[in-house]
Write a protein that binds this ligand. Structure first.
Ligand SMILES: [Zn+2]
Length: 234
């Protein structure tokens, strides 16, 4: 379960990432009343088996049953850790379309929650974000220049890619805006995190500076990609 949203006095709208239906929203009647049958299964980050009832075309199905598979309580106990995970979930909510199954994204989230319980670091959160962007089809390109393939050290959000020194001359003033320099180490770290076995993340060597650099690049890439999407939809 990713997010709850109060609805009226005692009701909630709950957002899930499900294996079979992708992102789904459901209406939960009165879970905020004491003795609700949903109990703590509606805590954010809880992995639960749920049943929904509603007509196919109904905007919001109703939650009829919710049983905890894993509560992931430890992730809610530390403020810093919870904030890291909240950032991961926020990205997921923004990237995935509602009602479209994405089994890879579902598996990644389950694995990532386990990983965060073992090691709640900025590096783990970064790995999740990089992989989720890939599963949603929005990976930035760091493997060479988008135009000629040569290696480069500056990432341009306008192209979602690195552009090399030679090709920069062709870019307009606007396209050059928001360029982010990346160190060689950060680019290598990115490639590593794309394919690394999640359960062995502790073996990855990454300086805090590299993690920060990549996280900043990803944030601006996501911001640019999503705002462009909004413009297209609007
Ligand atoms: Zn180039």
């Amino acid at each position: 379960m990713l997010k709850t949203f109060p609805f009226g006095e005692a009701d909630l709208i709950v957002t899930y990432l499900s294996r079979d239906f992708g992102l789904v929203k459901a209406f939960a009647k009165s879970p905020r009343k004491i003795k609700s049958r949903f109990g703590s299964s509606l805590e954010p980050l809880t992995h639960a088996k749920i049943s929904l009832r509603g007509k196919e075309d109904a905007a919001l199905p109703r939650l009829t049953q919710s049983d905890i598979i894993k509560s992931h309580q430890t992730l809610r106990e530390s403020y810093n850790c919870f904030m890291r995970v909240a950032g991961m979930l926020e990205l997921t909510l923004h990237l995935l379309p509602e009602g479209e199954p994405n089994p890879g994204a579902f598996r990644l989230l389950l694995k990532a929650l386990e990983m965060m319980e073992a090691e709640c670091t900025d590096l783990s959160a970064l790995l999740y974000k990089i992989r989720m962007l890939g599963l949603a089809g929005y990976s930035p390109r760091l493997k060479g220049c988008a135009r000629c393939g040569k290696s480069g050290r500056k990432f341009y959000v306008s192209h979602g890619s690195i552009i090399c020194e030679d090709c920069i001359a062709d870019l307009s003033e606007e396209e050059r805006r928001g360029a982010r320099p990346l160190s060689h180490g950060s680019i290598k770290l990115y490639e590593t995190l794309l394919t690394w076995d999640i359960s062995k993340l502790s073996r990855v060597k990454a300086s805090p500076m590299m993690v920060k650099e990549l996280a900043g690049m990803l944030d601006s890439h996501v911001e640019y990609t999503l705002s462009r999407q909004l413009r297209v939809k609007g």
